[in-house]
Design a binder for this molecule. Structure first.
Ligand code: HEM
Length: 434
């Protein structure tokens, strides 16, 4: 990837934050927009007059507010994102609050014709559910009426493309083994991935169950992972999310809706043109160990400030990271083992980039383990060139990264994300044919 000027998010915005980009808004807000939002109302964020009215109604502060206003106020649950288009939704979509990842394996008897039947069925389900309409055989149609920015993103594993008898991209398969990996087979691989995300967990649950029921004749469930971020409306739109270590995580992502994002993420030729590659890694985070790390170690592990995500060489989250800057004792302010320095590849003279869209997970601890939680990150990244972008980054991080002291990859899979489809087509039709 051609080195480009640093693409850290300006100020405190993260491309993937819930609600950052209202689908109706022409572009992402600037700092001024956010300041205005804090004082003059959400109009500056492109949320629109209706939403401002809703805010007033909910606060009960307007002179005319009352039960009638509240009944008429638009609900975030009604918000929809387009299903059809050049790219599948759920990649360049500002990240929703909840996401489920369903990895399925084809049943032995399912052939190419079966795959096409299944994809037609699941595409129809996804097209309906994302628009707030029940799936055809919806057993709980009442649950389909609050899509809350629901997206369903399809990813193909090597197994599915082989069975469909189409050319498989050379890069599609398990990642090379990395020294830091402690992978559990039951959290790896899969023939078909469905990423189901929305700003409401009940919506995600219902959509996921409908899709699973309709795929049951064709597939078995290999693994399911469920992730969360802040609930919609908890933070100002555009604030970069924090992970379970409390770190601002996502600052250096390419900005959504930019030509740079397009270059980093979308494949531009061949059957997957308009699609991308997706890596999903389940990474356990040792929160108990992290509790023992002092603030300096915590900041040096990534090279960023805990307070606001600024690089240790700067003051604000959007500041340019100065990898040459040194302390009064002559040590680099962003240490050589810092995650951001290693991820970026500055010491190798490169600037590799990917688009990260991570979610947190938290499971109950194993009974009797004495642990307080079983937590971590469902790391997902999207990149046009898996081998040229993701793998060198992951290799460098495996070789050296202080963050590895507290993180362990335990699951891993790669999927080819086909482009979006037009109405009447199924997802993957341009790859598989019909
Ligand atoms: C639980 C695991 C991880 C945690 C907690 C974590 C956390 C962070 C944090 C706090 C930052 C700095 C802020 C930002 O720019 O987002 C960062 C940056 C970054 N991380 Fe991670 N990360 C994890 C795993 C990974 C993995 C597996 C990769 C890729 C293989 C990766 C690639 C990157 C990249 C490319 C950057 C931006 C570097 C830059 O150009 O400044 N991270 N990560």
């Amino acid at each position: 990837m051609t080195p480009e000027p640093r693409a850290r998010q300006p100020h405190t915005h993260e491309a993937g934050s819930p609600g950052e980009l209202d689908p109706r808004a022409p572009s992402r807000p600037g700092r001024r927009g956010l300041l205005l939002a804090g004082t003059a109302g959400a109009g500056a964020l492109g949320v629109g007059a209706a939403a401002v009215g809703r805010e007033r109604a909910l606060r009960g502060s307007g002179p005319t507010s009352g039960p009638a206003d509240q009944a008429e106020a638009p609900l975030h649950g009604e918000a929809t994102l387009p299903f059809h288009g050049e790219h599948q939704a759920g990649v360049g979509t500002p990240a929703q609050a909840s996401s489920s990842y369903l990895a399925l394996d084809l049943r032995e008897e399912v052939d190419r014709a079966g795959i096409i039947r299944m994809l037609r069925l699941l595409t129809d389900d996804a097209a309906r559910l994302t628009q707030g309409r029940p799936a055809l055989a919806d057993t709980e149609p009442e649950l389909a009426t609050a899509p809350a920015r629901l997206t369903v993103t399809f990813g193909f594993g090597r197994g599915l493309l082989e069975r469909a008898q189409v050319e498989v991209p050379a890069w599609l398969g398990p990642l090379p083994a990395f020294e830091i990996d402690e992978l559990q087979e039951e959290l790896c691989g899969g023939d078909l991935l469905l990423q189901v995300a929305a700003d409401d967990p009940l919506t995600v649950s219902h959509a996921a169950r409908m899709l699973l029921k309709d795929s049951r004749a064709f597939t078995t469930v290999r693994w399911v992972q469920q992730g969360f971020r802040r609930a919609h409306g908890t933070e100002r739109p555009g604030v970069t999310q924090r992970n379970l270590f409390g770190q601002v995580d996502g600052s250096a992502n390419p900005q959504l809706d930019s030509s740079h994002f397009d270059t980093v993420v979308w494949i531009d030729e061949g059957p997957f043109a308009g699609g991308t590659s997706m890596v999903i890694r389940r990474i356990r985070m040792d929160l108990d160990g992290w509790d023992e790390a002092d603030p300096a170690a915590r900041e040096q592990s990534t090279g960023t400030k805990l307070s606001n995500g600024a690089p240790l060489s700067g003051q604000e989250e959007g500041d340019h990271a100065d990898f040459e800057a040194r302390s009064e004792h002559g040590f680099p302010l962003i240490p050589e083992f810092a995650h951001m320095r290693r991820a970026r590849g500055v010491d190798e003279g490169v600037h590799d980039e990917i688009f990260r869209r991570p979610y947190n997970y938290e499971d109950p601890p194993a009974p009797g383990s004495g642990a307080l939680s079983e937590s971590g990150q469902i790391f997902t990244s999207f990149q046009a060139d898996l081998e040229g972008q993701f793998i060198p980054i992951q290799q460098r991080l495996s070789d050296l990264d202080l963050l590895n002291m507290w993180t362990t990859p335990i699951g891993s899979a790669v999927f080819a994300i086909p482009p979006g489809c037009a109405e009447g087509e199924f997802v993957g039709q341009s790859v598989i044919g019909d």
